[in-house]
Write a protein that binds this ligand. Structure first.
Ligand SMILES: Nc1ncnc2c1ncn2[C@@H]1O[C@H](COP(=O)(O)OP(=O)(O)OP(=O)(O)O)[C@@H](O)[C@H]1O
Ligand SMILES: [Mg+2]
Length: 258
């Protein structure tokens, strides 16, 4: 079978804010169609890395390439979805989705709204939607631009457990049916294992772990292999070992968020 082509490459990417070096030479290659999850402790630079990919900021050193071309300004092939949705409260749902579109935008916006299961909410204002519905609209707003790359910065972080599971299935479906490449930042290791082909752990500004999740989809949290992957990744996050440290690791706790 022909190997998928590389869509995104980070080559020795460094990012500093004044004297704080957040990313210290990130090397990463992502294949077209892959689902990547990025995990790591708060403040380790996950959102910073996504902003660099989106072209919202530039690396201090090194380069990010999409399809072989350096991401200069705003990356036109990527769309980002945030934890808080960032909908405009004074615009109806359909106009939030159509923002920045021209021509026959309404039918396109309506199509994606139906794809996320909210065809009946077009004329509502965001304030009349639940948290999960707002995130569906935010997802539709990203999808309407048919991006090659979908960047998700903890998009489900504020949702309750059941809504979260629904949204995970929705994200998996739109990723598959649209042939997207997705990069999801999450604090929930189970969510990462549930969705990702590879889980990347950022630690001390570097890629500490790049773990391929070799499980068929849809994945079940109760499978023993699923649990083993989750525990292995959690252990790396919670018990970062220095190079020459042979002290016994702490037992991994059962909650999969850290
Ligand atoms: N614009 C900025 N100016 C100065 N420092 C910044 C800026 N943006 C981020 N930082 C710092 O860079 C570090 C990484 O921030 P970042 O938001 O990428 O972390 P994160 O891994 O996404 O954390 P969290 O899981 O809490 O969202 C933090 O120490 C943060 O304070
Ligand atoms: Mg963040």
């Amino acid at each position: 079978m022909k190997e998928a082509e590389t869509i995104l490459k980070a080559d020795h990417v460094t990012k500093s804010y004044r004297d704080l070096q957040v990313l210290k030479g990130i090397n990463l290659e992502i294949k077209k169609g892959e689902f990547i999850a990025i995990v790591g402790k708060s403040g380790c630079g996950k959102s910073t890395f996504l902003r660099l990919i989106a072209g919202l900021e530039q690396p201090t050193d090194g380069v990010i390439e999409q399809n072989g071309k350096a991401v200069g300004g705003m990356n036109p092939h990527a769309r980002m979805m945030f934890q808080d949705g960032r909908l405009l409260p004074w615009k109806k749902v359909i106009h939030n989705i159509g923002l920045g579109l021209q021509g026959n935008w309404k039918s396109k916006a309506m199509d994606v709204l139906c794809n996320v299961g909210l065809g009946d909410k077009a004329a509502h204002y965001p304030s009349n939607l639940s948290g999960g519905q707002k995130q569906r609209v935010a997802l539709a707003r990203a999808l309407v631009h048919q991006p090659e790359l979908l960047l998700l910065d903890e998009p489900l972080g504020a949702l309750d457990a059941l809504t979260r599971m629904d949204m995970q299935s929705l994200i998996e479906n739109v990723w598959k049916t649209n042939g997207l490449t997705a990069i999801l930042v999450t604090h929930d290791v189970e969510e990462a294992v549930r969705l990702a082909d590879r889980v990347i752990l950022l630690q001390n500004g570097k890629v500490k772990m790049d773990k391929r999740i070799d499980l068929p989809r849809p994945r079940l949290r109760t499978q023993s292999a699923f649990i083993e992957y989750t525990e292995e990744i959690l252990e790396q996050i919670l018990n970062p070992r220095a190079e020459n440290d042979h002290a016994p690791n702490l037992k991994v706790i059962s909650n999969s968020s850290y």
